[in-house]
Design a protein around this ligand. Structure first.
Ligand SMILES: *[C@@H]1O[C@H](CO)[C@@H](O)[C@H](O)[C@H]1NC(C)=O
Ligand SMILES: *[C@@H]1O[C@H](CO)[C@@H](O)[C@H](O)[C@H]1NC(C)=O
Length: 395
């Protein structure tokens, strides 16, 4: 006799409860929390922006994780300045928007901070660039089926060389340093475009020619894979950058605000990934974070990686995920159980900022650093996407 067990959607909450009671999921599920409101106030025309800098792909800091943790917490008034923002419009004009913050409880923003085991002294003294930590654990995603499917389909390339993630039907989340170096806008920001990987129509003639050629010369190499995909570009209509990044001060507080949101001129037709408030690392299943982007050293490839979340401050997540410049701006996501919808769900919980040297106990150490989405940042980015705060009360 065969027994068919079917789980109807209405049973899902019960099943979830059972799993919860059995202790399986209690630490690994998305927990929605009330977030503050970051409400735009006054929009003023800004000075004409200068497009001077080259996009910076590496960030360095003299402030290590301890230093970031010890930095004085910004006051409510500081936060209003930090979260006010500049908007660069596609016609080259600039506006500054002040914000008001409601319902912010500084204590709800605190994170249980995890201190990683200190790394070997021997390693710490060698100042060698280690964006790849030991064995290269990155995967180039090949095959249109994968590239055009969630979650890889949400990854886009910026014309300034970074990566970004679709977080709305016309919105792309990226790193602030991909458009602004803290002092000036980068050269390419004036005509910022976003590239979507699109399948190329199969060019049978050239493929056959290639096969013929390889047969003749007996080349052992397979045809290059990246010529099967191409980018379709959409221009950005406007780009928001928080003042926290632009006013980067001596406390390295700027690092904490290395995120920007682009609004496209046209709707794209793909799925996007939701945003979530970054949970403490120990609540992530397997402490694992993931991201995909267009690393410079693998031109044309969409590169995926995952790794353990390391040390964290309320605003930053340090890890040793392998990454090269070009992956900056990628959305760092976690996959956790959604108890309401009874399924695993991926959400963006941070923005990959880049490789960073920090001085620690007299030695240089390097990390790859991601900016965490705090309740305040969630509130701000969500407002940018939805245009209202009512749809942004929980994250
Ligand atoms: C540029 O675009 C913005 C937003 O669409 C508009 O408010 C502004 O007047 C425009 N400026 C110029 C110089 O056209
Ligand atoms: C490939 O080579 C074969 C003979 O070796 C030839 O008949 C065919 O036309 C060639 N195809 C192309 C696309 O050049």
């Amino acid at each position: 006799m065969t027994v068919f067990l079917s789980i109807s959607p209405s049973l899902c909450p019960m099943l979830g409860l059972l799993l919860l009671l059995s202790g399986c999921w209690s630490l690994q599920q998305w927990v929605l929390q009330r977030v503050p409101v970051v409400l735009p106030q006054q929009i003023k025309p800004g000075p004409a922006p200068h497009f001077l800098s080259q996009a910076r792909l590496d960030v360095s800091s003299s402030c290590d994780p301890d230093c970031h943790r010890k930095a004085p917490k910004p006051s409510y008034w500081d936060l209003r300045n930090i979260l006010s923002y500049e908007t660069l419009h596609s016609n080259g004009s600039l506006t500054t928007t002040s914000v008001e913050i409601y319902g912010y409880n500084p204590n709800s923003d605190t994170t249980v901070v995890y201190k990683a085991r200190s790394r070997g002294k021997r390693e710490a003294h060698v100042r060698r660039k280690r964006q790849i930590f030991g064995h290269d654990g990155r995967f180039s995603i090949v095959g249109q089926n994968y590239l055009l499917q969630f979650p890889f389909s949400v990854v886009v390339k910026l014309s300034t060389g970074c990566s970004g993630t679709l977080v709305g039907n016309r919105h792309v989340l990226t790193a602030a340093h991909c458009v602004h170096d803290g002092k000036n806008y980068v050269k390419g920001a004036q005509r910022l475009r976003v590239g979507f990987l699109k399948p190329k129509y199969r060019d049978t003639q050239s493929t056959n020619f290639f096969l013929n050629l390889t047969n003749q010369i007996g080349s052992p190499y397979p045809p290059p894979t990246n010529d099967k995909m191409k980018f379709q570009w959409i221009r950005a209509r406007r780009t928001h950058v928080p003042k926290g990044w632009i006013k980067a001060n001596a406390n390295d507080i700027g690092m904490d605000y290395d995120y920007a949101l682009l609004e496209l001129k046209k709707l794209h037709k793909r799925h996007h990934m939701k945003l979530g408030v970054s949970p403490p690392a120990q609540r992530l299943p397997g402490r694992r974070v993931h991201f995909s982007g267009f690393d410079n050293d693998r031109p044309g490839d969409l590169v995926y990686r995952f790794c353990l979340a390391g040390e964290e401050t309320p605003d930053l997540l340090y890890q040793h995920c392998d990454a090269q410049p070009g992956a900056s701006g990628s959305g760092v996501y976690a996959r956790m159980w959604d108890p309401l919808r009874c399924k695993w769900e991926r959400k963006i919980i941070g923005v990959f900022s880049g490789h960073q040297w920090v001085e620690r106990q007299g030695a240089s150490q390097d990390y790859n650093v991601a900016v965490r989405i705090t309740p305040l940042k969630y509130a701000q980015i969500c407002y940018w996407i939805k245009g209202n705060f009512v749809d942004c009360r929980e994250g």
